[in-house]
Ligand binder design. Structure first.
Ligand code: PLP
Length: 386
């Protein structure tokens, strides 16, 4: 079979919607169009049943209960609800939040806004692999700390956080633990109870579901966690997130969750082997290639490399048949180097020369071969100019 160009290697930015997900969604645009809150007739109850099923499917993926899932418009909104919602609800307990320097902007910008509102935020540094030291978390907890928010896996460098250790420290100190799981959920197994996660942000479009739908898991506790809403209205989603539910997207999200759960045991090793092979073959052929992120504690499908002496922007242009990125999609317009690679503590050059390849469900061996050989060829060409 001939290779179809361009090839997509930007799955950390977004994933295509799985055809099986699309098919499951379609009837909910037309024949089953009811409002999931209109429970006085069958149109509404059919929609509500579909939402209940999806809630269950998403809960199963993270070993939670359906009732603990709140639907949102995506991980950005879930992150905002987690930070604003906890900061507001626990204002009488304290005003301090702990996060990390390499979070997604959905957390960093929200945290900065909370600072403007008078809250105090600690941005923990990371080590050269992009990991937060759990003991550093313990050291900055004060009696006024209400929330720890550290991402589960980084969207640029793929480093996975020591969630279990941080979760245990949070619980020991009676501090609420939120993690942004947008890049992690569906790609690596996750059990919210085992990791002692209180709040978890999830995004459907990073796991072969549609865009514009996500979830926030809220741990059931006694007394229940108080999460003040960011959006007010009809009191949907236990009053945490008002607004008519996007039933087709929710149905798609649910099916996407089940498919990830089923395919994870084979996809994780397949993608890990492919990214390892890419790294091995590229670094053998090209001098001065560095892996950004943790060598083993990383997402199976992410490969972030810095090429000494080559700037990422012209490199991406030169690799025009391979859809990759320099950092996160949200920062694509920025000329500043990635805040994530910069936080690893290397020279600025390394941050300016980082490239993110992210693979996924439809990536083939053949595409990987093409990406490897084209990358090697282009580095040789570009090195003549830089
Ligand atoms: C770590 C992380 N958090 C949050 C988001 C935002 O997710 P969404 O696009 O669902 O709002 C992304 C996606 O870019 C992400 O990678």
């Amino acid at each position: 079979m001939s290779l179809k160009l361009p090839i997509y290697m930007d799955y950390n930015a977004t994933t295509p919607v799985d055809q099986r997900v699309v098919e499951a969604m379609l009837p909910y645009f037309t024949e089953h169009f009811g409002n999931a809150a209109s429970l006085d007739h069958e149109f509404g109850s059919v929609a509500q049943e579909a939402v209940t099923r999806a809630r269950q499917q998403i809960a199963e993926l993270i070993s939670a209960k359906a009732d603990d899932i709140i639907f949102t418009s995506g991980a950005t909104e879930s992150d905002n609800i987690a930070l604003f919602g906890i900061a507001e609800s626990y204002a009488d307990k304290g005003d301090h939040i702990i996060t990390s320097a390499i979070e997604h902007k959905a957390i960093l910008d929200t945290a900065q806004h909370l600072e403007q509102l008078g809250k105090s935020v600690t941005y923990l540094p990371v080590d050269q692999y992009g990991q937060v030291n759990p003991e550093a978390v313990r050291q900055v907890i004060t009696p006024r700390t209400v929330l720890i928010s550290i991402m589960a896996a980084n969207n640029e460098i793929g480093t996975v956080t020591a969630l279990k250790e941080i979760g245990a420290i949070a619980q020991e100190h009676n501090v609420i633990f939120h993690t942004d799981g947008a890049q992690y959920v569906g790609h690596l197994p996750l059990d919210v109870s085992e990791l002692k996660i209180d709040l978890l942000s999830i995004s459907a479009h990073k796991m072969y579901g549609p865009k514009g739908i996500g979830a926030l898991y809220i741990r059931p506790t006694n007394p229940p966690l108080k999460v003040a809403p960011v959006i007010y209205g009809g009191g949907h989603e236990r009053g945490v997130r008002s607004g008519t539910l996007n039933v087709p997207a929710i149905v798609g999200f649910g099916v996407a969750a089940t498919l990830c759960q089923e395919e994870l045991p084979t996809e994780e090793p397949r993608l890990r082997n492919l990214t390892l092979r890419m790294f091995a073959e590229i670094s053998e052929a090209v001098k001065g290639v560095e892996l950004n992120g943790h060598p083993t504690q990383r997402l199976p499908h992410n490969l972030n490399l810095s090429f000494k002496g080559i700037r990422s922007k012209p490199f991406i242009k030169a690799l025009k048949n391979i859809a990759i990125s320099a950092g996160s999609a949200c920062n694509a317009a920025s000329t500043k180097p990635s805040h994530v690679v910069s936080a690893l503590g290397f020279d600025e050059e390394r941050a300016y020369s980082s490239l993110r390849y992210s693979l996924g469900r439809y990536t083939t061996e053949e595409e990987v071969d093409y990406a490897i050989s084209t990358t090697i060829k282009m580095t040789k060409l570009l090195k003549q100019f830089f």
